[in-house]
Design a protein around this ligand. Structure first.
Ligand code: AMP
Length: 545
């Protein structure tokens, strides 16, 4: 017997309808690419998104067509997402920080028909446009006054483009499983892979992301998504924020510490989210200026492991609660968040920090398990590591145009991460399966060592890789970037780590470098480091030979 409830497909554009109806005048503020701060509202965003939809149709864009965006977080970018979604076309966020050859590969693979881009990226696009045959037109997110002379095909300023229609338009309605958005994984190995979100998965994921034990956002919050919309579906902030009707503050192109601080303070931001690198810059800036964070209540930190020292500084010095989060492009992207269940709620000080180093527990809609290499499920004792596998309605079941089964027999997707799960269901990533250091048949977690090393007051960033060792197969090499103007020796660093980890986990050597390479999504590029130190001879190697 079927239920007797209404058929109301979970379509993304219903989110902006809701925001425009019940939170119509909530401010949406952007530091524009042109410079000035621009303020609008959810009601205006919806009106203009309808124009985008109408205008796309006029350009012949149809349901299922991919429309690329290469843009910062701005009100115009948000309008284009909802406009694209509202006719059943697919927004495809392109990460401008990728190598140009990768961008060319991705746009061609997606067969994007149109490119909607910020002024910032016009020079980059002009260089590669000749290799993007599927793009029929470039829309530049600006007005006539700022529109540059450009060689880009059929280029038009966004404001002129949408001014050509009256906005008298109605969203299309279709099946909730229709494709909505697309994002390619960074692809540290092999070609990038396209993850294709549906309307249903995005809407369900927005509910999951907003829950009290997830981001816990509400209409009284002021939300600043520092994480760009082109990273992993923008961590759902373009959906979950209007869904709850919170005010939205967007940083445009300026992600440095001082610019972010200015927005946090001026607009009394209560909630923000980004990768650790961004917060490293902000905290360094605050240390210099002696400024405070009187309004900020919560910060979500994810994308890579959040260092203990960062959590401690935010909480103890600035009174801001850190929510450590884990996820991936294939998961829309949130998989778990470290908020306190009653079992841990009473913890304080270092014991609380121990829990906060974990990536947390999944919201409803994400199921997890850890297994050994043979697929056998491992215990949730907080100690046993295994391959982390997930399933749920907002987890990928296949990649775009790749005829390859990516799920196990029970429908779980292998995340490529290695993790423990504790008896209360808190997951902790111990490594990427490719990055664990295999020493004498045992595994050493590179992330644990990195977290410990960045706790040293003079260390800005740390990376640990496995280097060949004649006896143990691999041993850890610690690569360090010191804070500006600081000096430290190998002995200082190792002395600091001693006694805080098992003896056999201690790095065999420490090297100091000016910079650690990062991927386009801000993760440490271990492949590059491994190449660089491929022939590195550990001081312990000689003794073993
Ligand atoms: P991406 O799809 O580019 O967002 O990358 C997803 C990967 O980033 C995950 O599989 C993890 O390896 C890593 N990651 C994300 N969040 C965290 C976190 N909080 N701690 C450690 N690794 C993380």
């Amino acid at each position: 017997m079927l239920g007797l409830m209404q058929d109301w497909p979970l379509l993304c554009h219903r989110i902006i309808d809701h925001a425009a109806t019940y939170h119509a005048e909530r401010p949406v503020v952007t530091r524009s690419v042109e410079g000035p701060i621009v303020t609008t509202t959810y009601a205006r965003i919806r009106e203009r998104a309808l124009k985008v939809a109408q205008r796309l149709e006029k350009d012949g864009i149809k349901a299922g067509d991919r429309v690329a965006t290469m843009a910062w977080n701005t009100w115009r970018h948000l309008e284009t997402w909802y406009g694209i979604l509202g006719i059943g076309a697919v927004y495809h966020t392109v990460n401008p920080r990728l190598f140009p050859d990768q961008i060319v590969w991705i746009v061609n693979h997606a067969e994007d028909r149109m490119m909607i881009a910020d002024l910032t990226f016009v020079p980059l696009l002009e260089k590669i446009a000749g290799r993007l045959p599927t793009i029929e037109r470039y829309v530049i997110l600006t007005d006539a006054a700022h529109m540059p002379k450009t060689t880009l095909k059929n280029a038009v300023a966004y404001e002129d483009w949408i001014a050509e229609v009256d906005g008298d338009f109605a969203w299309k309605s279709f099946d909730e499983n229709t494709a909505a958005g697309m994002c390619y994984t960074s692809g540290t190995t092999g070609e990038p892979k396209g993850v294709l979100y549906s309307h249903r998965s995005n809407v369900l994921h927005a509910f999951m992301a907003a829950l009290p034990d997830s981001k816990g956002i509400k209409s009284r919050d002021v939300v600043l998504p520092v994480v760009p919309f082109f990273h992993a579906n923008g961590w759902s902030l373009a959906f979950s924020t209007p869904m709850v009707g919170a005010a939205l503050i967007m940083p445009g192109p300026k992600l440095d510490g001082a610019s972010i601080y200015e927005l946090l303070n001026t607009y009394k931001v209560t909630f923000t989210a980004a990768v650790p690198t961004v917060w490293l810059m902000l905290l360094q800036d605050l240390e210099k200026t002696g400024a405070d964070l009187p309004y900020l209540e919560r910060v979500v930190i994810g994308g890579s492991a959040c260092p203990r020292a960062m959590t401690k500084t935010f909480q103890d010095k600035y009174g801001v609660e850190v929510i450590h989060a884990w996820g991936m492009t294939e998961m829309s992207p949130l998989g778990s968040l470290c908020t306190m269940k009653p079992e841990y709620a009473a913890l304080t000080g270092e014991a609380r920090l121990d829990v906060q180093m974990k990536q947390g527990h999944p919201p409803f809609g994400v199921e997890m398990k850890i297994t050994d290499d043979a697929g056998k499920t491992l215990p949730w004792d907080g100690k046993t590591f295994g391959r982390l596998k997930v399933r749920g309605p907002a987890v990928a079941k296949a990649y775009f145009k790749l005829d390859q089964d990516i799920l196990d027999d029970d429908g779980f997707f292998d995340t490529g991460d290695v993790a423990t799960i504790d008896p209360y269901g808190y997951m902790q990533v111990t490594d990427r399966s490719k990055d664990v250091i295999k020493s004498g048949g045992e595994w050493i977690s590179s992330i644990d060592l990195e977290n410990l090393a960045v706790g040293h007051p003079k260390v800005a960033e740390a990376a640990v890789i496995g280097v060949h060792h004649p006896k143990w197969d691999e041993r850890p090499l610690l690569v360090i970037v010191l804070k500006k103007g600081e000096q430290a020796s190998k002995e200082d660093i190792l002395g600091f780590m001693q006694g805080r980890i098992a003896k056999w986990w201690m790095p065999d050597d420490v090297v100091f470098v000016d910079e650690i390479p990062h991927t386009a999504t801000g993760k440490i590029q271990k492949t590059v480091l491994r190449d660089r130190f491929r022939d590195y001879r550990l001081p312990t190697a000689e003794a073993a030979e």
